[in-house]
Design a protein around this ligand. Structure first.
Ligand code: ARG
Ligand code: GLU
Length: 715
């Protein structure tokens, strides 16, 4: 218990200046830790206005959208804004050839036209409280890792059960500062969320993967939803009887725009950062595993593009796959470059020297941490790499990923009940339908050849799945003839044959799966993982976790006058900074905002990512921006600021000094993407779509001004 008292004392000490912008702060602790600084930076509201347990506050308007994005309520009728890329799946699911909402956009002109989305939820945090003492009750330093974990799980479970019963909310306990602090979080989960509007993709995804992670940016990355509740105002599954949700608070939206230097903050759900890693871990990520992953992804992307550029059908089939592979491909490049530019590994090493000197001087129990990290990470390296080759190389082949979906069926026996069998067959049928809808065999075959070449080349033969060695033994190292055989003999390349297999499937057909070369290759990957990687990786990860917990604690003790913020963990956070341009390279300066003029500059009817909608061009030519244009007569589109954000912050509101919404966060600048490991005030910028562009598109472009009328617009 001593430790917790100490940590609280650490948190309450007066702070030294930190880099403006760095940090993802716990809303509940803003008053204690950040309010003064935020106000000194220009904020005109109080911490209590942002997060209060006793009265309505900004936090009542912020939600976790689905499982990975943020959304915000902007009207007293539960109207919700998030990103286009966050609502993408829903927009796609409502689309058909006749009503292609992805391409054309969608706008409900009345509540009756709003579209339900079964399965989509919105989660609102009601309150949080620290429960470190209760969670760690009975935990001692003498316990083994397993004992410790078991005790913590036990305590947490009991606490959650009790809190659930007393509050009626969904309750979770999350760890902060790497298992050093625990908070209980009470959530309300809403289940009737309807699609209200989405711009066409050439607005919502303008610039596509070409502009992704980049500034200057011109994407209108937003979509509109509404929360519905039952007549009592309680969360409920979809029902036609449900009514729009009346929130305790909704964000006012400001048409006053942003100026360089303005204070801004972002309120949302950042997913994961790792700011307190040792140099060995940063090296593993940015120098060891990122480079081969980048190469393997690039190999696939090049092949995708080659086919997509000549065949429009293939382009559609591979658009989502391309976006999925490309997103983190580009992120990893930016991240590794950024760490190199910052000399991030050396910086960490310098810190580790000071740290070790401190542990010696204090003669404390942290002396062995850095050498222990060195040990675990040097051992982890080969396993991590092998796992990445497996994931990005092996399973980058669509055929093998698809064959994996037949794993359950491959284990069917005489004992399997009809009911079990039926559900397995059903799910295999569904998998098969969606697979073949977007499968282009020539692409996958070329991908398979290219990936397996690299895989064979770069993984030592005693450390790779068996089927790769088969290529040496049976095909004399000729990858291409192996791949020919694979694609010729496997039934998983043909929808007809898969259909045939699934008709009247029984344990008698199991052999057909087991003997299939694609399934064999998949099994070989899986066995390799089970036999050689899984166990040591789990052990090393557990050792690193417990080292990391101590290292975190030790860093906080060593730098007892520094104000620490916990790594992102998908809990609600506030990050704040200033509207600010940046120098991405020598002699280059990027201004802090973009306008519709830039969309017209990028326009190219022959390049899919840069097609501009006729209607938008008209509005531009007539300079018909209504009340949304800026003082100089331009239509603002995006802006950047130094808020420290990460994945999960997509859809978060960007707010001004008065707590009014001025933009929707949707990306980060490439040069600053290493901020998940190390924030750089000179380069780390979040990218937002200006709220004026959002409202302009709704009102002037889509004719859905009734939605703007619902909002509290500040002018
Ligand atoms: N880079 C943003 C994020 O990490 C946006 C991704 C979606 N957009 C795209 N063009 N793929 O998630
Ligand atoms: N686009 C990201 C998301 O989906 C946000 C960008 C980032 O990683 O900061 O959450």
């Amino acid at each position: 218990m001593k430790r917790i008292g100490f940590m609280l004392a650490v948190l309450m000490l007066p702070f030294q200046a930190i880099f403006a912008g760095e940090g993802m702060w716990i809303p509940m602790l803003l008053k204690q830790l950040n309010e003064k600084e935020m106000q000194a930076m220009g904020m005109r509201i109080s911490a209590e206005d942002i997060y209060s347990v006793n009265q309505s506050s900004l936090k009542d308007a912020i939600v976790l959208f689905g499982r990975g994005c943020t959304g915000e309520i902007v009207s007293d009728q539960g109207l919700l804004l998030t990103n286009h890329h966050c609502g993408y799946r829903q927009i796609q699911q409502h689309s058909s050839v006749e009503n292609d909402y992805l391409t054309e956009g969608f706008w409900a002109m009345s509540k009756e036209e709003e579209l339900p989305n079964p399965g989509l939820t919105v989660t609102m945090m009601k309150k949080m409280e620290e429960v470190t003492a209760q969670v760690l009750e009975g935990v001692s330093d003498e316990m083994s890792m397993e004992e410790r974990k078991q005790k913590i799980d036990e305590n947490s479970k009991a606490l959650i059960e009790k809190a659930k019963e007393e509050s009626g909310f969904q309750v979770v306990i999350k760890d902060f500062f790497i298992d050093n602090q625990y908070y209980m979080i009470y959530n309300e989960v809403y289940k009737d969320i309807r699609l209200v509007g989405a711009p066409p993709s050439n607005i919502g995804k303008f610039g596509g993967d070409t502009d992704n992670w980049m500034w200057p940016r011109h994407t209108g990355d937003f979509s509109v939803f509404r929360i519905y509740v039952d007549k009592e105002g309680k969360p409920a599954e979809y029902s036609a009887e449900n009514v729009p949700f009346k929130p305790d608070y909704h964000l006012p939206v400001s048409l006053n725009g942003v100026e360089e230097g303005d204070f801004t903050f972002v309120f949302g759900y950042p997913a994961r950062t790792s700011e307190y890693l040792p140099s060995y871990a940063v090296n593993l990520i940015t120098e060891v595993t990122n480079p081969p992953k980048i190469k393997l992804r690039e190999t696939r992307l090049d092949i995708f593009s080659k086919y997509a550029n000549t065949d429009p059908k293939v382009r559609i089939q591979y658009a989502a796959k391309h976006a999925g592979v490309a997103n983190y491909w580009k992120k990893m490049i930016g991240e590794s470059k950024g760490i190199r530019r910052l000399n991030g590994i050396e910086r960490k090493q310098d810190f580790e020297q000071d740290f070790t000197a401190w542990t010696k001087k204090e003669n404390n129990r942290y002396q062995g941490i850095i050498p222990a990290f060195e040990d675990t990470y040097s051992e982890l390296e080969k396993y991590s790499l092998a796992a990445d080759y497996m994931r990005e190389g092996g399973f980058g082949i669509e055929l093998l990923s698809f064959a994996a979906r037949f794993n359950k069926l491959s284990e069917v026996t005489k004992e399997t009940t009809d009911e079990q069998l039926e559900s397995m067959v059903k799910s295999a049928q569904l998998a098969s339908e969606s697979f073949f809808k977007d499968y282009h065999l020539p692409i996958d075959k070329e991908v398979a050849e290219a990936l397996l070449e690299i895989y064979r080349e770069e993984q030592a033969d005693d450390f790779r799945p068996g089927f790769l060695n088969l290529i040496d033994r049976k095909y004399k190292g000729d990858v291409s003839s192996y791949v020919d055989q694979l694609f010729e003999k496997s039934i998983f390349t043909s929808q007809e044959e898969v259909d045939k297999l699934l008709q009247n499937f029984s344990h008698k057909q199991v052999k057909k799966i087991l003997r299939d070369p694609a399934f064999e290759a998949y099994s070989s990957l899986r066995n390799f993982y089970d036999d050689k990687l899984g166990t040591p990786m789990k052990q090393l990860a557990a050792r690193n976790d417990s080292l990391q917990r101590l290292y975190m604690l030790a860093q906080m003790q060593m730098q007892s006058d520094k104000r620490f913020y916990p790594d992102a963990n998908f809990s609600l956070r506030v990050t704040y900074g200033n509207v600010d341009g940046y120098h991405p390279a020598d002699a280059v300066y990027y201004n802090y905002f973009t306008t519709l003029d830039g969309i017209m500059e990028k326009e190219d009817p022959n390049i899919y990512d840069y097609v501009v909608e006729e209607k938008l061009k008209e509005l531009y030519q007539q300079q018909d921006f209504g009340r949304y244009g800026d003082a100089k007569g331009h239509m603002p589109v995006g802006f950047v600021a130094s808020n420290h954000t990460t994945g999960g912050n997509s859809g978060s509101p960007v707010l001004n000094a008065d707590g009014q919404m001025i933009g929707i966060n949707f990306d980060r600048c490439w040069e600053g993407t290493m901020s998940d490991l190390m924030y750089d005030p000179a380069m780390s910028r979040n990218i937002a779509v200006d709220i004026r562009y959002v409202l302009f598109i709704m009102d002037k472009f889509a004719g859905a001004g009734h939605l703007v009328d619902e909002m509290t617009v500040i002018q």
